[in-house]
Design a protein around this ligand. Sequence first.
Ligand code: ATP
Ligand code: MG
Length: 572
Amino acid sequence: MNEPADSPNPDSPSTGSAGGSGTDFIREKIAADVADGPYGGRVQTRFPPEPNGFLHIGHAKAIALNFGIAEEFDGTCVLRFDDTNPDTEDSRFVDAIQDDIAWLGYRPSTIAYASDYFGRLHDWAVQLIEAGLAYVDDQDAETISANRGGFTEPGVDSPWRDRTVDENLDLFARMRAGEFAEGEKVLRARIDMNHDNMAMRDPVMYRIRHSHHFRTGDDWKIYPTYDWAHGQSDAIEGTTHSLCTLEFDTHRPLYEWFHEQLGLAEDRPRQTEFARLNLTHTVMSKRKLAQLVSDGLVDGWDDPRMPTLRGLRRRGYPPEAIRAFAAHIGVARVNGTHEIELLESFVRTHHNTHALRRMAVLDPLEVVITNWPEGLADTRQAVNNPEDDTAGTRDVPFGGRLFIERADFMVDPPKKFYRLAPGREVRLRAGYFITCTDVETDDDGEIVRLLCSYDPETAGGQAPDGRKVKATIHWVSAAHAVDGTVVLYDRLFTDSHPGADGTDPLASLNPSSREIRTGCKLEPALADTPPGEVVQFERLGYFAHDLDEPLRFHRTVGLRDEWANIQKRRDL
Ligand code: ATP
Ligand code: MG
């Protein structure tokens, strides 16, 4: 965290405010409104995505907040597609957004579209024109922007600002009828070009677009801006609390201005702002995410390295962990950045209690048990999840030829290396003690095979004579191993705050964020893992079975609690 105001609770994730029972300035305000507000105790929120891309972890914060509040206050939450820009929107995004919200575990009370209100918004605009509160401007976008002035500089009135109501009505009708080219005219609110708040300097309400809209087709040639569509859509739907991110705080006076000019009743919506979610090593801008996809820097929107909900899903992030994370970080009034390790700790905590343990060898080294009785078929019993007794045990086939991890053996081990070495004995997880008796190398000196002996008396993982070993390693029986592909991931961006110094965030793209290992040796039970399920590969981390390709596993997170380490360093 950079901002103390947004500092997460240092409690471990499992003891955090998971479940959203905590309170915050928004919930306090809503509770006060329920007790004594203009809404008669009613609470209605909305989540308003623009269907121009896929949802990401930042959206999950807004979803958890809006849907969570509706649940807590016995209210409703509308999913409203803010489909006011026909150039970039598409029904495939509408479907994906609904799917992702359902996956997170929320259900909208109603699904609505800003485009459902185009007629109503148009009529309201006419009402403002008639009241002398809106006018058609012929200036182009560049001139309008230049003439808005700056914080210390007043704006310049448009030469078209004092058109008569009749002329404005006529021009607005012709804009709507498609008589003008894109950019030729806009409709603006007539407020004050010298207003202290730049958002109040005659903001644009409508622009001309001749594109085809995915829902309204070619019915409309004019499209409302966010400022015009948003607050009025909230009002039409009966929103009580319109929660949006901090960058809209300067737009709140405008939000209220429109409602006042339209003469809406006292139970009209109120806007409250909260901090956006930012995460270290993560880019959340839809535009930048789209560029990663279009430039082929990732394998699409659902690449497991993407912060999209689809990417996180493929990566093995459970919705419960995302919800618990959102509840834990809560809402703040100051923008800040959370460490990605905190989110990962929620993922790890969830899987620690839920994931079945399995054995997989990612970099296989063959081990021959020289004293294994010829033809002996053996199975070892392994615990499926030490955190969950109900998960039971499984049989793991054992034999005279095994694979172990290449990194678990050293010919000439340094002091603190306790795993296998010539002459040394170690324990095989859920198996026997083995001792390395010989090493076979090829012509280049590469180790190709280890010869080991095993002690049949150590079947339970203990030696009857009480002798100890210092290491336990995982293994897979060569005769029973299933070949699979394991994909390892590192941060997609090497910088903790990509682009924070004003550079292109893509400049810190990690060139080795993905490592694909083929020919991994998996214990046979892994072949029965359902698509999308996450298992723990003993000693290696949590891995998600791919949603489409059998026997492809993505590393979700490692086993080490990086977040605890960060906390420890901070406490020093
Ligand atoms: P853009 O406006 O560039 O398309 P956006 O991220 O604002 O991108 P929307 O679809 O408009 O996308 O967002 C829908 C809702 O999600 C908005 O209310 C927005 O405030 C909220 N939201 C988006 N990003 C974040 C974030 N990082 N943290 C919290 N809320 C977010
Ligand atoms: Mg937006």
